[in-house]
Design a binder for this molecule. Sequence first.
Ligand code: PEP
Length: 259
Amino acid sequence: MRAPLVIGNWKMHGTLVEARALAAGIRDGLKRPRGVQVAVCPPFTALAAVSEILAGTPIQLGAQTCHHDAAGAHTGEISPPMLAELGCRWVLVGHSERRKEIGESDELINRKLRAVLANGMTPVLCVGETSDERRQGLTFTTVEGQLRAGLAGLGADEIAKTILAYEPVWAIGTGVNATPAQAAEVQAYLRGLLSELSSKEIAQTVRILYGGSVKAENADALLAEPEVDGALVGGASLNAQGFIGIVRKAARIGTATKE
Ligand code: PEP
């Protein structure tokens, strides 16, 4: 049994005032989420404030990226120990926006992922193909390359502590989500690779989220797929009610169908 996990990725949205209001709205609307794990990843500047607002609630804190070193001359960067100190439990690594806009390589993403693990947090490794790659029949090749490189050098016990997020680039922020069948097909393929890289048993325990234009209206169908263990939510996580709607659907499916 893999408990559903829903993570909100706020990206570069939210002044302190806005982030506090959003966190409070989610906290107040989700008093006791059952059958689902929930986390939000605010911008760095809001982590401390959101951490205070969510203290004592089951809603956990995550970060959108990190540097791979613990400290050093890296102007503008944030290290894993800094995030852990603020109460972060999750760190996204390899988000397609960072791969594209910042030029993060698979090798760098692997270093970050290992640093997150070394600091006792859970990395969420994002993989996904562009629309061109899908058109050219390269979906599996792309996600396989990203997965193998992202998890390079990890032992089976470390793979067991990692979360994957399948996020087709063409579905992120476009309003066009992958169909449940498309998500399930790729996620089953990823699970097969995890099996090869760790063991069949471990692969069965690793959660694979789907991300890409998830909203309350399409969450039911996506989360009903046995291969979809939750959602990484961008745009729809910026509205407390919208995010809560997705969490409730995940909770219902987590406690009913998949148990
Ligand atoms: C994301 O950024 O991880 C994401 C899935 O965004 P959106 O939900 O807006 O497509």
